[in-house]
Design a binder for this molecule. Structure first.
Ligand code: PHE
Length: 338
């Protein structure tokens, strides 16, 4: 190759740059001349065959060519939409890669909303394991030795001492064992019962437990106003709340908590079985015997606890007729709840 040939090739390459239309064509020119198997690298490789005395002139010419070509390419690439002369061309007119986005489960939404509502009342979120001990799930919650809930037909036991928690109440015990009062927590989580699954029951469901313990006096009125606040925030300002006497081993007195039926507003309909009310939660004042189990002085502390089913709230709030829909992760369903 002569110096002249080199010059005419340079002119040719610059012409091709000038003639190129758009980033993709420019990239073709770039690859042709500057790519790994391009013309310029090939010429550099051939340099050893050039007579020794001509080499400096050849080298200079090739370098000048490369510089001129790179500059021409960079300028044109910039004009064609900012793509760079190095690396692959980016065609911003190509449609992007579409990824299907999921939708948050109503269960997670209820948990997050509940946490936000109780955060405004000074409650933080506590967590506990699904696998619990007999002590945390039953004994420390003042459950008598032969209580039917401990039966193998109700509780999923792994061995004599370990079980899949039947309620989130053991997180109360964990929290009190690890902290001194005042304690203000909610504990959302998965719970397990040996139930057969149908439209309104699932062997695996979710609860949110609440616990407030203080050395200052705490009364049933505090419990009622706390749950009424939660009801209005979660369900809307028209919701009514009522307490019915009940029994739980770990609270005394104990109540069951009903919200007015969201469908009929309390008049009575099929959903509330004509009563106007829907059962939402269990609650009560923490039994002093529970304080004994966690090393608190029952004479000095008092408090309330409550627990409710997450699925129940989600089904009422979003009008979901079948609990199983909550577990199927069918985006067609979830998108409607959104
Ligand atoms: N753990 C009880 C249940 O699962 C609910 C509850 C929680 C009742 C806290 C009173 C206090 O039924």
């Amino acid at each position: 190759m002569t110096l002249q040939e080199l010059e005419s090739q340079q002119a040719q390459s610059l012409q091709e740059v000038a003639a190129a239309n758009g980033a993709a064509e420019l990239e073709q020119v770039r690859i042709k001349y500057l790519g790994r198997n391009g013309l310029l690298p090939a010429i550099v490789k051939q340099m050893k065959d050039v007579p020794k005395e001509d080499r400096p002139a050849f080298g200079k010419q090739t370098q000048a060519w490369r510089a001129a070509l790179e500059q021409a390419l960079a300028e044109k690439f910039a004009a064609a939409g900012g793509a760079q002369a190095q690396g692959p061309a980016f065609d911003c007119s190509l449609p992007g890669r579409w990824t299907r986005r999921g939708v948050q489960s109503p269960i997670s939404r209820v948990i997050e909303e509940t946490a936000a509502i109780f955060a405004r009342l000074g409650f933080s979120v506590a967590d506990g394991p699904d696998l619990e001990t007999r002590f945390n799930n039953f004994t420390a919650l003042n459950t008598p030795k032969h209580h039917p809930s401990m039966d193998a037909s109700d509780t999923l036991w792994l061995n004599d001492d370990l079980l899949l928690r039947t309620q989130t109440s053991p997180v109360q015990i964990r929290t009190m064992l690890a902290n001194q009062p005042p304690v203000r927590v909610i504990c959302p989580g998965r719970t397990y019962r040996r139930d057969t699954t149908d439209a309104t029951h699932s062997a695996n469901f979710h609860q949110i437990e609440g616990l407030y313990v203080d050395t200052k006096p705490v009364s049933l009125a505090d419990l009622k106003s706390t749950l009424a606040y939660f009801a209005r925030q979660m369900m809307g300002s028209n919701i009514g709340v009522r307490f019915r006497p009940h029994f739980f081993p770990f609270t005394e007195p104990s109540v069951e908590v009903d919200f007015t039926c969201h469908v009929c507003g309390g008049k009575g309909c099929r959903v509330c079985k004509q009563s106007g009310w829907i059962e939402i939660a269990g609650a009560g004042m923490v039994d002093p015997r529970v304080f004994g189990f966690v090393g608190y002085d029952p004479a000095k502390v008092n408090g309330f606890a409550f627990g409710f089913g997450v699925e129940r709230i989600a089904m009422i709030k979003y009008g979901i007729p079948d609990i199983r829909w909550l577990y199927e992760n069918d985006v067609r369903f979830l998108e409607q709840v959104k």
